[in-house]
Design a protein around this ligand. Structure first.
Ligand code: ZN
Ligand code: ZN
Length: 153
């Protein structure tokens, strides 16, 4: 297992470094959006982010937020969860690039879990290559029920 930067401040610093490595900057707005994603327990829709920004005193348009989110996706700092039309922060951003992965999505509480497993990603990629398929966003989403929700029902 790779070491995961757990503290939020650490995650933000790591994001800054990754951006610098890629000759870009984690601007104030990008940083704020990432912070909002890190604070959330479940993935957020673009409009949730706009609302939270407004509460924090920053007025942004949808176009701006989509640009900011695109940036975070490109740098592998966040992932789009298609099943929820929402965004989640990456659990272990290291490459500074979009990475293929498997996402577990709880259909009850909307919690997502990123399965960051190189061997799994590689074998999936190899198989897709064989079939002549390319992954668009690189996400394979598996819907089910998380531990907490299972204990509740
Ligand atoms: Zn990730
Ligand atoms: Zn759940």
């Amino acid at each position: 297992m790779k070491k995961i930067a757990s503290k939020k401040s650490q995650r933000l610093r790591l994001a800054e470094n990754l951006c610098e490595d890629h000759k870009t900057r984690l601007t104030l707005l990008r940083r704020k959006a990432l912070e909002i994603l890190l604070n959330a327990k479940t993935p957020l829709k673009a409009y949730d982010i706009i609302e939270l920004m407004r509460e924090a005193g920053k007025r942004v348009t949808p176009a701006t937020i989509y640009r900011v989110l695109e940036f975070l996706l490109d740098r592998g700092l966040a992932h789009r969860i298609n099943a929820l039309s929402a965004y989640a922060p990456c659990v272990n951003p290291q490459s500074g690039e979009r990475h293929s992965l498997v996402m577990f999505v709880c259909s009850k509480c909307k919690k997502v879990e990123e399965i960051d497993d190189d061997a799994l990603n590689q074998s999936m990629r190899a198989r897709l290559d064989q079939l002549g398929f390319s992954l668009q966003e690189g996400n394979v989403e598996i819907e089910g029920e998380c531990k907490t929700c299972m204990a509740r029902s």
